[in-house]
Ligand binder design. Structure first.
Ligand code: ZN
Length: 68
């Protein structure tokens, strides 16, 4: 399972396979994915494979860019 997440530090959207720790590709910060049973980072989507994850990240970044 791939998680599409937003870094709580810099807001960068990215995919990760870890459900315990996010190491941001944008700013390099490590964030715990869960805290006390709750997600502590924003999960934008859960997808089954790397190809879909790449597609979702691109799509979400485009949607984000269109909002501004
Ligand atoms: Zn970041």
């Amino acid at each position: 399972m791939y998680y599409i997440v937003r870094c709580p530090k810099c807001g960068a959207i990215q995919a990760t396979t870890s459900s315990s720790e996010l190491k941001c590709k944008g700013c390099g910060a490590s964030s715990a994915m869960r805290r006390e049973g709750q997600w502590s980072v924003e999960i934008l989507a859960e997808v089954p494979d790397a190809r879909t994850a790449g597609f979702m990240v691109r799509k979400l970044k485009m949607m984000e860019a269109a909002k501004k």
